[in-house]
Design a binder for this molecule. Structure first.
Ligand code: HEC
Ligand code: HEC
Length: 157
């Protein structure tokens, strides 16, 4: 009987150790998914950057055709920072919001929702965060896509 307890105890220890190890490395499924999305994002970003090469430091609205809100940033920043951050925050790749053969097209509803989300974000900044800013000593309160989305297209509620 003691032997059985001992074997059980050892097994539990091994399983626990293994789970901690798996947690540290991130679960296998998640890592694989994140990697394949990441590769797709980077392929798309590099393709777009290559297509605008001589103009990548110009204002985005002088390089791209259909910008309604992100007009003033540099073209390179729009693609490699803004678009990358949005994809990353929602846990998606570019095709969640775009027809990747026609970046300017507004065929996907998610693209328009994303525009409205920028509106929500700046409204919360202007109407709420700006008025509580004096309560913070060491940092500036900030709301980003990631604050709500945490890597999911549809945030949990
Ligand atoms: C969450 C939705 C979303 C994701 C994900 C996303 N985009 Fe966008 N993208 C937009 C929106 C919205 C605009 C238009 C912004 C505006 O109106 O100012 C845009 C504009 C663009 C444009 C300018 C097109 C033009 O000619 O007007 C390019 C290029 C682009 N995105 C590339 C990418 C790439 C590359 C990725 C992936 C790394 C990506 N986007 C991921 C929503 C998204
Ligand atoms: C204050 C919280 C909040 C912030 C900040 C926020 N979102 Fe959202 N977002 C939501 C909620 C809630 C939904 C609706 C989810 C549902 O369908 O139930 C949503 C939905 C979306 C969708 C539609 C997803 C789909 O596949 O149907 C897109 C695209 C999106 N958000 C993009 C963005 C982007 C880009 C940003 C940053 C500029 C952002 N969101 C910031 C809360 C937020």
């Amino acid at each position: 009987m003691k032997k059985i307890y001992a074997i059980a105890a050892i097994s539990i220890c091994l399983i626990t150790l293994y789970s901690f190890d798996a947690l540290k490395k991130g679960s296998l499924v998640k890592t694989t998914m994140a990697d394949s999305l990441e590769a797709d994002r980077m392929t798309n970003i590099n393709k777009v950057l290559a297509s605008i090469k001589p103009d990548e430091d110009r204002r985005a609205d002088s390089v791209f055709k259909n910008l309604k809100i992100m007009r003033g940033v540099r073209a390179r920043v729009l693609v490699s920072t803004v678009m990358y951050n949005w994809s990353h925050a929602l846990g998606v790749s570019c095709n969640h919001c775009h027809d990747t053969n026609d970046w300017a097209a507004d065929t996907k509803i998610q693209k328009d929702i994303a525009r409205s989300m920028v509106g929500i974000q700046s409204k919360i900044h202007r109407t709420i965060l700006d008025s509580v800013i004096m309560h913070y000593e060491n940092h500036t309160p900030h709301l980003s896509c990631l604050s709500c989305h945490h890597g999911q297209a549809i945030p949990e509620y």
